[in-house]
Design a protein around this ligand. Sequence first.
Ligand SMILES: Cc1ncc(COP(=O)(O)O)c(C=O)c1O
Length: 388
Amino acid sequence: MTSHLMPTYNPLPISFSHGQGAWLWDQAGKAYLDALTGIAVCALGHAHPKITATIQEQAQKLLHTSNVFRIDQQERLAQKLTELSGMDNAFFASSGAEANETALKLCRLWGREKNKELPYIIVTDYAFHGRTLATLSASGSRSIQAGFEPLVPGFIRVPFNDVKAIQTVLENRKDVVAIMVEPIQGNGGIKIPSKDYLIQLRQLCDQHDCLLVLDEIQTGIGRTGKWFAYQHTSILPDILTSAKSLGNGIPIGACLARGKAAQLFQPGQHGSTFGGNPFVCAVALAVLNTIEEENLLPQVEKMGGLLSQALNETLSNHSKVKAIRGQGLMFGVELSEPCHRLLELALQEGLLVNVTAESVVRILPPYIIKPDEVAEIGARLQKAITRF
Ligand SMILES: Cc1ncc(COP(=O)(O)O)c(C=O)c1O
């Protein structure tokens, strides 16, 4: 059959008919253990009864009005998210890239406020912030940017996990208004910076009156065992972006901000037709409440410990495995060579993972995963890597 889709993706010839918990079934009835969750989206697994019930209930009442009117579900979600994050205000969009666009626009407004006509934002190598023109310009891989020049100006790039490089930029330039990083680089290959990286970035931002922007679109909403990855430290960012697991599959993005950054937009300066509608906000609120009610954050830590153990037991002595790293339920197994073919081998073993940064197998299981399923991830991945 000829596809009438634009060839932005190169999909595997496999299509799923339904899911339950940590499992998906294809059209032929074969079961797959989902250790990818749609790239860190379905944190509560598939067909979670509380989420399904909220979707049904809200769909029967009201899907969409407009931000022309007050939206109670949006107010409640903003209240919950600001409580959980330590931020003051929220703006809702429909994707991660839009949440980051919001953050970038805030940084530019902040620059204007400080009379910096052409404000710059420090970003890092191999960062991934999205596919819109500004977010791909902020991202740090040429493969994402190539063909889309001229890029949006206003970014200065430094190596990830290099505080000295940022310090040098800040000491030599007066036009920098913000630093934007992922607390753990996801698409960049599950790169974990040194323990005090965020703390040092916070200090530099304070010294130079810059905003600290954390892109927690992949790491946030519990993925690393805390609501947000920066909560493993005592710092707060000025701007925080979230998406992916926030909706468990319903498209939503959020940009949260604190203090001076929370009050920068004036009516008319930013907006979204779909952003924050009653339906998506009711579902996102149910996602947050479910994570709380089912006490899933300690569970992420616990299952993450088991996953680390399983991966190390099955793979650490493998000749092709270079490194195993992760936090919470966000893991990367780095191989010594590009390994895209591994995806198909894992599928044959009934396991869903993906490959990022050419040679890193990315593992992002749902928070509701059980110990025997965690052990299965290790066993199935070992079989796939051995056949690779
Ligand atoms: C850290 C990070 N930022 C931004 C994005 C972009 O999010 P979206 O695809 O929802 O636009 C992603 C998506 O992978 C991401 O991992």
